[in-house]
Design a protein around this ligand. Sequence first.
Ligand code: C2O
Ligand code: CU
Ligand code: CU
Length: 421
Amino acid sequence: RDNEKGIVYTVRAQKGKTEIFDGTETKTYGYNGAFLGPVLRLEKGDMVKIRTINELEENTTFHWHGLEVSADADGGPHNTLKPGEEKVIEFKVAQEASTLWFHPHPEGITAEQVYNGLAGLIYIEDDNSKNLGLPNDYGKNDIPLIFQDRNFDDKKQLNYNAAMNDDGTIGDTLLINGTLNPKLTVNKEKVRLRLLNGSNARNYTFKLNTGDSFVQISTDGGFLNEPVTLKEITLTPSERAEIVVDFSQLNTANDLALINEDESILLPFEVSDQSGEINKIPGEMNNFSITEEEKDLPVTKKVELFGMKDQVTINGKKFDPERIDFTQQQGVTEVWEIYNKPDMMGGMIHPFHIHGTQFKILSRDGEEPPENERGWKDSISIQPGERVKIAIQFKHKGVYMFHCHILEHEDNGMMGQLKVE
Ligand code: C2O
Ligand code: CU
Ligand code: CU
């Protein structure tokens, strides 16, 4: 970091080998390493330059999920880098503290590249986040957790095509930060867990095996105004949430773990005898609001999600890189209504994502969204039959994608393009 020149990163998409299982090497992809990627740390106001290099033997792109950047820097399918190519992107960080991520986005092969290991995190800090007094000791009481399910063949390799199910890859093996069966050792203190559902198609409902509650402090794109006490939280693919678990208040006589909806263990905890830092979770963390004006805006764009398997569409169409589906003026807030149209079988949840901006959920089926969704979002789960209204504005111009974040649905054309003018 150099305040004059800003901040410079080099991010290389690479092939490598990772010892996920003892004594066996699995072929993987990674950013600046064999598997997954580094945490890129940014601060609001930073001028950032990222040199992106494709060292793979296939096309890729570098997409910054949740980052408010110009379409040219966004890394959508139009920003393809061929093998050996590189590109420098520059942008100013103009959004608030949040946990974002990055992954590839080449047309038709996004799912397989993410499956093989291309994903990393982006942390944005700002004056607010630095002064809130939240746990922020990386790896100690501030832990990134990327949840991904994978299938391995009998040679312990990631075989994407063999792993494909009807609606994407649902794996029988959970990796957290690329690790098999990890255990998290924590002190008796408040610990901040930055959860990312980095899976291609699986949803997770996180809860503590003791039934104790925790607080959620952030959504995809920033802090909630107040911590929200929860017993469980569901994240669909690409959604993030920061939660704080207070290990000083939990009964550690029994084994503690984060479990899934079906009670299967996601992440066991080992609580040491040490009492850690005394962090307080402030009662007020942000000033997110939805204005009366925004509430009164008419719906100007309708998005209808439909289908399953490879029969998925948005507004009855599949992705066409030559077709612009919507246009919107830069800096103008519009209301979009997203509808998940059920089919004869009932339908399925589609996690809907929009590039290049953070938006506000105005309503779910006409009702106010739950408390823990009253904050900036870039991906939202939409239940079959549900109608969700969002208020959305773009700071930059260019062509952006919107799509289902079940990556196989995206690759199968459940994606459209918006031109911001
Ligand atoms: Cu995670 Cu098109 O994005
Ligand atoms: Cu994105
Ligand atoms: Cu979908």
